[in-house]
Design a protein around this ligand. Sequence first.
Ligand code: GAP
Length: 514
Amino acid sequence: MAQEDLFKKIVSHCKEYGFVFPSSEIYDGLGAVYDYGPYGVELKNNIRKYWWDSMTLLHENVVGIDSAVFMHPSIWKASGHVDAFNDPLIDNKDSKKRYRADILIEEYLAKIDGKIQKEIEKAAKRYGDVFNETEYRATNPRVSELQAKRRETHTRFTQALNASNLEELRQIIVDAEILCPLSGTGNWTEVRQFNLMFSTEMGSTSQGAMRVYLRPETAQGIFVNFLNVQKTGRMKIPFGIAQTGKAFRNEIVARQFIFRMREFEQMEMQFFVRPGEEMEWFTRWKSLRMAWHKAMGLGPDKYRYHDHEKLAHYANAATDIEFEMPFGFKEVEGIHSRGDFDLRQHEKYSGKKMQYFDPESGQSYTPCVVETSIGLDRVFLSLIAGAYAEETLGQGETRVVLKLPPALAPVQLAVFPLVKKDGLPGKAEEIRNRLRFDFRCLYDEKDSIGKRYRRQDAIGTPYCITIDHETLNDDRVTIRFRDTMEQERVSVENLPGIIAEKVSLKNLLKKIND
Ligand code: GAP
């Protein structure tokens, strides 16, 4: 299936099965804002818990907070977001459509990569076993020409980004003959910076309202509480503070479903370390975070690191963990070494000391910070995209199945009476009532068993049990496994143990703790 088709199917699957709805749908929606439905919210809660437990249970020196969305506006001045949290935008004068200049250039570079790849695949087919890719790249005139063009544009692009040279960004677009996909022309405006923060007013206007921002990252709530947490928790460096919560960005190029939203959820952890030790911790957290992703079992090849060429205004080293979405490898998490930038800035703007007294050395210093910052919605999308499968079964039957990790599935166990009579519904409900305290259970008695299995496959329920006439005599049920579709007869008494062993979050956490 073409990746574009797969993505469309995933989006409509999310809507049809109550995972994600467009926001304000009856009013034709609101751009890049989404609501989570009954199964979506369960999946989201499970991902959040997996992240939270991996931070606060597996690391004695990581504690949590929950800071407010609204914060003093000076925080965003200090953090650099008021002045530097911008996207470079360009308009096409004919279509009046607005684009991110950097994304136009990145897409152009990706197109060249695609062309090079095609040439290589064609040659590999032509030459078979004797094909030598390195030699071909170095000697084939067409590939060399494409590579040279890519290298030149890429070098100009990174230099322009790092120097915030907007004129040069425009010139690259003009020189590369990048056209507007709508009007098909290269009639571009200048490139301008556009701040991504939403703002509103706090207090009544007559008393003088204060302009406040909707936080564009949760991290600042952690920085400004650094000393509160350190002192009240008697934390010793190195230690971390974790937080999950909503963040808001006025994304101009908002697209690809829940990948780039205007309201989204972050899960961030700031790890405070002794100055000089930040690169060691940066490397450690890079591998810990990759292990967290891989433990979900979507396949190790689906992930890769991507080191940043242009660093954010606060970072001195940064890498992304990317997941192979249906639209290519994309950032799901960022790991940044932020130095002591944020604490120093808050010290400067608030006039309050933001230092740590180290009892071991007897000295005070401003700690450095290694941050892990992950988008909950992007993990959600990676899980759905990685778990979605269409399978052909026997006799021309097909099924759509979400092979979600059992510990994260929105429903862990579905309970069915074989038929809606003969006392089977009563027995099924009795069993469900016993299990509902331990697992998220769903009871279903409508339609044939086959149809009920299909419904559960489509939402990723790992286990279904069926209560039949024999159950009334022997207290045994048929358990059916989602991925293999195999069935086994087990005693009701053993059910809690069997299911618990499979759906416990412990299974994921142990994988990353080894
Ligand atoms: N505190 C650092 C920070 O916010 P970031 O790389 O801008 O860094 C971190 O964002 C993560 O937040 C990203 O890796 C991504 O998963 C998520 N994220 C950022 N913007 C997003 C958006 N518009 N929609 C959904 N998720 C987003």
